[in-house]
Design a protein around this ligand. Structure first.
Ligand code: GAP
Length: 445
């Protein structure tokens, strides 16, 4: 398996992920997504949004603000309970999570203080005065915007139980223990669904969502043997959870959570009702009574899913005695769907290749590349997971045909330019590479 240093160096070299503030020495555990990373991340989020919201009748979307009313975090229990025990070195004042260090400070061997609780929420101030009254927190999970809008969504959509509200967005945690590249960062992106149910159906829906979500990852292309479900021990449960299953991926450092599927009971709606004084119950028409629905919450992190996909898709092969690195992403996730490559930098070839590239642009994300040898350009596209390369050669000027090379099989077909878009569309949606369009042929050399 590839190690984390190799993945992070590939990510930097090819423009997936950069260390934030690198020119200033780097901002700890904060990352920026480069030209390919932003496409890749968007494709993951789009797939989640399609399957969680658009393809379902029982889920609607939301985009709540990052800044929330201060009472939100009082009601949710985050002010009180979202903390880690922390010890501090009495000499160099470095801080560590209790349990991560034993005895003395690992940096200077200084004596450590006894643990005190450290709240993981970032604080800032709203308005011109920086005092206690204007202090607000950056959200540590996106779920609370869903709970505080429960009444609004319910009356706007007239949804009946069971139904869900989904959203994606940034969360912030002032993590003490960081590292492992983008696995644990201080700013990250979540995709969360709060699925509201009748209390007596909790175990049915918890089972349903843990299976549904596990299958979503195999559908992304992650190998099943690298995924597992792990039920939380009672002591591990978050302050709001009644039960929870982690979906874990086998990272180079060991099994790590990419998603939690938790039963939050009626904790959040009940607490927001109590603190706000607003009625957040649901009127059950069948029974003629008001109830607080229970919640099943599948909550995943885009950054961790992206990291798992990069690791799982990474392949090294020997082709003609040379090492070939390939990211075997599913086509729908690949940042670029096709690269258009003129065989040489002759003006006529560049002109035709640029025209071909522009004709593909309205349909899918492509790139044009005329630098270096064709072999090196193929390798570069393999290393960023581009499913197809479209090569324009001298023959193309005569017969208006181009060659498509498939990333995984390395096979090539030659087809007329006029059917290039439809052919690529068909191949990107899973048509076998060998199926030829009218006028197409297997390329001979
Ligand atoms: N609303 C529930 C919740 O936030 P969580 O298990 O704390 O639950 C859910 O977080 C997901 O968010 C995790 O499975 C992980 O993918 C992602 N996540 C949490 N903390 C993270 C961090 N510091 N860096 C990157 N991703 C993180």
């Amino acid at each position: 398996m590839i190690d984390m240093n190799e993945i992070s160096s590939l990510c930097k070299r090819r423009g997936f992920v950069f260390q934030s503030g690198e020119i200033y020495g780097g901002l700890g555990s904060v990352f920026d997504y480069g030209p390919l990373g932003v496409e890749f991340k968007q494709n993951i989020k789009n797939k989640w949004w399609r399957s969680t919201v658009q393809e379902r009748e029982d889920v609607v979307g939301l985009d709540a603000s990052i800044l929330a009313h201060p009472q939100t975090w009082v009601a949710s229990g985050h002010i009180q309970s979202f903390s880690d025990p922390l010890v501090e070195c009495k000499s160099c004042h470095l801080r560590f999570k209790e349990g991560d260090v034993e005895g003395r400070c690992p940096e200077c061997q200084g004596e450590l203080t006894s643990p005190r609780m450290f709240n993981l929420m970032f604080k800032t101030f709203m308005g011109p005065v920086e005092d206690e009254a204007s202090m607000i927190h950056l959200r540590p999970e996106i779920a609370q915007g869903i709970f505080t809008n429960f009444g609004n969504v319910l009356s706007a959509t007239r949804k009946k139980l069971p139904f869900g509200i989904a959203q994606t967005g940034k969360s912030f945690r002032n993590e003490i223990t960081t590292g492992n590249f983008t696995f644990r960062t201080r700013e990250f992106e979540q995709m969360e669904l709060e699925f509201f149910i009748r209390p007596e159906e909790e175990s049915y829906w918890l089972d349903y969502w843990k299976e549904e979500r596990l299958n979503w990852y195999t559908d992304l292309g992650i190998r099943r043997e690298n995924l597992r479900l792990r039920r939380h021990e009672k002591e591990e449960l978050a302050h709001y959870a009644r039960d929870c299953y982690d979906i874990e991926y086998l990272f180079p450092s060991g099994w790590g959570e990419i998603e939690g599927v938790a039963g939050r009971g009626d904790f959040d709606l009940r607490r927001h009702s109590e603190v706000s004084g607003k009625d957040l119950t649901y009127f059950d028409e069948e029974r003629g009574e008001h109830i607080f629905p229970y919640v099943i919450e599948p909550s995943s992190g885009v950054d961790r899913i992206m990291l798992a996909l990069l690791i799982d898709s990474y392949h090294e092969e020997k082709v003609e005695r040379e090492k070939r690195v390939v990211l075997k992403f599913k086509a729908e996730l690949a940042p670029l769907k096709a690269a258009v490559l003129p065989l040489s930098r002759r003006e006529e070839l560049i002109r035709l290749a640029s025209e071909v590239n522009l004709s593909l642009k309205p349909h899918f994300m492509t790139a044009y590349d005329d630098t270096q040898s064709i072999g090196r350009r193929y390798r570069r596209q393999d290393e960023i997971g581009t499913p197809f390369c479209v090569t324009i050669d001298f023959q193309s000027l005569e017969d208006n045909q181009v060659t498509i090379r498939e990333r995984d099989s390395l096979r090539q077909i030659r087809i007329p330019i006029e059917v290039l878009t439809t052919t690529l569309k068909a191949k990107l949606s899973g048509e076998p590479f060998d199926a030829l369009p009218p006028g197409g042929s297997h390329w001979l050399g």
